[in-house]
Design a protein around this ligand. Sequence first.
Ligand code: GLC
Length: 627
Amino acid sequence: MDTSLLARARQCFLAEADPAVQAEATGRFDRHAPRLLHWLTALYGRQPMFDAWLLSLCTTLGTLARARPPALRELDRERERDPDWFIHEKRVGYCAYVDRFGGDLNGVADRVDYLENLGVGYLHLLPFLRARSGDSDGGFAVASFEEVEPALGSMGDLERLAARLREARISLCADLVLNHVADQHPWALAATQGDQHYRSYFYLFSDRRVPNRYEQTVAQIFPQTAPGNFTHNDVLRSWVWTTFYPYQWDLNYAYPPVFASIASALLQLANRGVEIFRLDSAPFLWKRLGTSCTNLPEVHQILSALRAMVDLVAPGVLLKAEAIVASTDLLPYLGVGETLGSECHLAYHSGLMAASWTALSEGRTTLLRQLLDSTPPLPAHTGWMTYVRCHDDIVWGVLRSDVEAAGDDFTQRIGAAAAFLEGRRPGSFGHGVAFQSADGHAVHGTNGMASALVGLDSAGNAVALRRFALMYGLAFAVGTVPLLYMGDELAQPNNEADEDAALIALDSRWVQRPRLDLARLQQQLDPSTIAGKANAAIKALIAARHDPAFDPQASVETLACDNEALLAIRRGERFMAVFNFSDKPQSVDWSRLHAGDGWTTLLQTADDAGDDTGMLPAWAMVWRKKP
Ligand code: GLC
């Protein structure tokens, strides 16, 4: 560590600090800045003018720290005293599009009571910043980090919503789309006009030679609708790196100003009240020839630097990795080795999600168990986001290495699971939709709302309701922060709205992006309706997690039960659960699971499921506790 650089950085950060908060700012600098400098030096230390760039960044960070509003400073202090706040508060998350949930940001504010009633403590609003006009990948093609999408409101509305949510103790989570910007973002426009500084923000290639070499090792995200990773731009007369859609230009993090720009976009949103950032497409932030250009060591250096910066300026803020990658590549996003516990606070457990859908379609839990058994313990002060559905497809590729480790052919085994969920196998109950897949050759993703995938289409379908509760039950039993996807709490079916037909035709992920169904909303407390039944099932799960026997800090272990249809888990000393993923009743030997004497039923999804020597009906689940 260059101590003279650190001392100069300290001066820049603390310049003009208000004497009232000088001691606090100094303490944070001394605790976190060495880490920030360490990672930035690793990434950019060899660049010309590194020192000057770093000092200017520290000046900006100091300004942003001083601009933090008093209510958020208070939150920072509270959370510094209790870094496990997001774990032990047993929060449940909710994820929604602003327009589809509330019309606009003010409409979302009007629905805060609804979220409170449901028991939600975290709200992820899908992208709401100004997006490019025309196609925008559901807002993931950001044209301005400084403006809200006009149809959704203003920055003032965002601040008011964040304050209203804070009052309700619901943390606002927003996407930070940091891998790419829209081709209409001012940086891309400046690059198009030939500005050398902004050209360096992107990966531009004058001919196909280098892109062709990259294509040999880089996978494709939308192989059918946006094949390849490069798009030709006629004005630039160059190939632009576009991992996702052609209008989403990848940012070049090897150029230090990109880091600084994204860092200040993050902190400005934090100062408006965003408490959790979903770091969109995090694995793709660094490229190197001859590699998959995902999960590279520099990605972890960038995320560790962002984390140190957040700890320094806005320590109440959490970072959440959206890393939809093989389970072996996932844990590093929470920090391992040198970055132990100092990278992201949260990560999506996408492998668990995909394996639970595989278990449901196969009627056996081998892959699920294998995945849970190979999930290493969480580093301190970190957690798993668990979920059943989200706005994206079930990305099957995350299971490839687990399936191959089990000695199976990925395309065959997962292709069969996907086909089952998509209603293409005899006896299947699912109404999913294949995504970017070619039957029999490639299995990419499956779309559909949870209720469609479990075949829940009528209130009288008790077994389908059990399948629905089973899927959510697993996410709620295993996760640190389980996530509800908007509409699932009312068992909304796939989106078949006429006005969305064109979107669905273009990108079938829109089948799981319906508008909140107001008729179902009216039925949420009516147990004779499908919406009321699903709602009661979700509320029962939320309530059961609040039982003192449920310890969210305890790790999850699987229990041997000699029956592939069942999954039995234990979490801490006083909580266990058994899930039947098959279409037949299975017998459960509670005493063998060490959950007999002294244990009582905390939750069950079939009347006769809790009996001590009983059978667990098809797709039923029991949670037990020890007083
Ligand atoms: C993330 C989003 C997805 C989007 C992609 C590109 O994976 O979840 O919806 O298409 O990033 O931004």
